[in-house]
Design a protein around this ligand. Sequence first.
Ligand SMILES: Nc1nc2c(c(=O)[nH]1)N[C@H]1C(S)=C(S)[C@@H](COP(=O)(O)OP(=O)(O)OC[C@H]3O[C@@H](n4cnc5c(=O)[nH]c(N)nc54)[C@H](O)[C@@H]3O)O[C@H]1N2
Ligand SMILES: Nc1nc2c(c(=O)[nH]1)N[C@H]1C(S)=C(S)[C@@H](COP(=O)(O)OP(=O)(O)OC[C@H]3O[C@@H](n4cnc5c(=O)[nH]c(N)nc54)[C@H](O)[C@@H]3O)O[C@H]1N2
Ligand SMILES: [Mo]
Length: 765
Amino acid sequence: MGDKREPKIEAYPGPAGGWGSAKSVVEILKREKVPIPATVQELWRQNKPRGFTCVSCAWPQPEKPLKFEFCENGAKASAWELTSLRTTPEFFAQHTCTELLAWSDHDLEQQGRLTHPLRYDRASDKYVPVSWSEAFNDIGAELRRLREADPKSVVFYASGRASLETSYLYALFARLYGNNNLPDSSNMCHEATGVALRKSVGASVGTVVLDDFAKTDCIFFFGQNAGVNSPRMLHDLQKAAKRGVPIVVFNPLRERGLERFTDPQSPVEMLARRETPLATQYLQVKAGGDIAAIAGLCKTLLALDDEALKNGAQLVLDHGFIAQNCHGFDEFAAWLRAQDWADLEAASGLTRAEIERAAATYARANAVIGVYGMGLTQHVLGEYNIHLFANFMLLRGNVGKPGAGLCPVRGHSNVQGQRTVGIADDPALVPLNRLAEQYGFEPPREKGFNTVECCEGVLDGSVSGFIGLGGNFLRAIPEQELVTAAWRKLRLTVQIATKLNRSHLVNGEVAYLLPCLGRIEKVVENGVAQVLSTEDSTSCIHASVGKAQPASPELISETRIVAELAKATLPRNPKVPWDGWLEDYGRIRDAIEQTYPDQFRDFNQRMWQPGGFHRPNAARERVWKTDTGKANFILPPSLTATGFADAPNRFRLMTMRSNDQFNTTIYGYDDRFRGINGTREVVLMHQDDIARLGLHDGQTVKLVSDAGDGVQREVGGLRVVAFDIPRGCVGGYYPECNPLIPLSHYATFSKTPAAKSVPVRVVAC
Ligand SMILES: Nc1nc2c(c(=O)[nH]1)N[C@H]1C(S)=C(S)[C@@H](COP(=O)(O)OP(=O)(O)OC[C@H]3O[C@@H](n4cnc5c(=O)[nH]c(N)nc54)[C@H](O)[C@@H]3O)O[C@H]1N2
Ligand SMILES: Nc1nc2c(c(=O)[nH]1)N[C@H]1C(S)=C(S)[C@@H](COP(=O)(O)OP(=O)(O)OC[C@H]3O[C@@H](n4cnc5c(=O)[nH]c(N)nc54)[C@H](O)[C@@H]3O)O[C@H]1N2
Ligand SMILES: [Mo]
């Protein structure tokens, strides 16, 4: 199980959680050959006060944790890091990078943890071991040379796993170096959220805390797959469902984790195979059809309100809230009245009756939580999806009251926190004046590169150096083939990582692969164990204590790697105490508090609070930090979020995550809930579309880009799977389908790659 084998496609009868989950955890523990007692001991500490923060998703830690506060996918992520497998210098002596490029993503990471700092040797096309001091000196010298030529030519990428301490130092390093080129993985996921929510409600993050789930009386879900990507949330959903809270889901696919759940930690539920149904209504909206669906919901609320007014009944909209807090309601109402139901039905793929039923559920609830994920953000009109969702919530004052609010579910376990402490390409989001004063330098004021702009810079030659603090940049981005080809012309590439991945095999002229400790491992500096911290999806900040034995004695922390790189590169500045910070990471937290006094008051004390301390959020208090000083109703330019016109054989490709992966990390080849086992090389299609194209279930096809920009992009060898998916939409796995996404295909304002509606044709091979 878990390996590539004869594909088996067969509907999965079980719930999310349950015995399937338990079995899947046992399999990965075996596959990673982890020492079982030590691993169980670690899992016991996961997401607990004085334990470590799970390295998988960003769902918050409850104040009073469960006995085991982890889920199937959290356990997989921990086992992946605690593995006893090792990728040693001997391994690299045996394989060239070119040879390894032909390996699968799964096989590369399956070699285990990196153990030694490595330098790429161009002559042999192999990685060779190098000492830390040699690596830092050489990289420092290269970075100084690049800085002399153009300080804007180096990019400092971060994947969202590094701690607040490391992230703060990393952002400071980039600014002292001379640029704001700080793209991070959130540029590819919730960037659209930051941009859209700032305009709608003046906050760039969600407004709910965990406690709101206990108080809510209705939950609306758009394009977020909790059962796979934030499974601990299922406990909160299950509790809500058991209280009779309606859960309404808008998703093109019927995701099992949103349908029913068995708590694997409950012996009664497990033994009795008892399931809790979750979604009370499931609407299979077309990919890119949410603007129309939400407009339909809002139009219904308006009609219900009109009717109530006529009958002298209680009004449906919260007019008091709207008058006091909102801007643009009249224009929005006029726009809604002008919409034709036939257009809304066609663009959403839903019927008026279904939408009206969902709107009636919403209208009956006093406190509604609006949850969303990549299904809304990763579209050309991704920001408008979010604006419409915010409009919908504002109509009944569902922002800034107990049990209600917007809940974008963030991706990586510290991706939100990285932004909070300065990893941002937009200098307007950073207190530059305070940094200037604190560190006695003139920070760069020009906007830096985000992820898409970094790729553009690689293509046009304006980028010469790349540092990756985690992640798998070349595999995660769109337009993989062109960017990968240009990548080899970079002067310097440095990757800081725990495991080998594809991005490490495509190198600049000078290239290093620097291995680091993971979050579960003990970090010791000068004989003293150090503590790190992270921020979750609900803006709660907590300590994380790693205790596991390091995977190799050579490993040092990411915090140290960043500080040593900075020291080797930058002129000495007595106001920037890199060595002092490394002696005691608590001093980095003091520095963070000094830069962000309102957000991080008493950081070193409060991070120990069970469940963490909450960063203030003005929108939660109904203080609207927008251009109008109010919460804004914003109108969309179109009912469809795809950004391209429909055409007879043009499909909307949604790139999907399986239940057996964390982003580009492929744990195995089973997507249990969707019943696709032993393979990821599939394209999910509606039976009618299969027949219309004269194809058949099981046939091999290729997907070809239909972006109309003259660039040849295709992914072949995919097996057609007849699936319950809206007509006109097809599903394929991320990252295998990434070569099909044009670099220019992104959300308009945030440049979030539009990975949930990519224009493709399906062609028989
Ligand atoms: N186990 C595990 N956990 C993870 C990750 C992982 O890969 N594995 N990744 C982490 C990261 S970085 C992130 S950002 C999050 C991602 O977590 P999610 O936000 O859940 O992202 P996806 O699974 O990509 O897509 C979510 C859902 O959107 C639906 N969808 C697609 N298109 C549309 C649409 O147009 N409209 C609507 N309404 N729905 C649509 C899909 O069917 C899918 O169910 O999870 C994080 N957690
Ligand atoms: N088509 C398509 N493309 C997408 C998406 C999609 O839905 N569809 N989703 C996008 C999203 S939401 C995201 S967030 C990006 C993800 O993009 P990235 O964040 O760049 O990629 P990951 O796969 O999360 O990175 C995995 C690698 O991180 C390294 N790593 C793991 N743990 C650590 C650690 O503790 N420290 C360090 N230094 N390294 C570590 C390992 O070497 C591992 O190979 O992909 C985006 N790309
Ligand atoms: Mo993400």
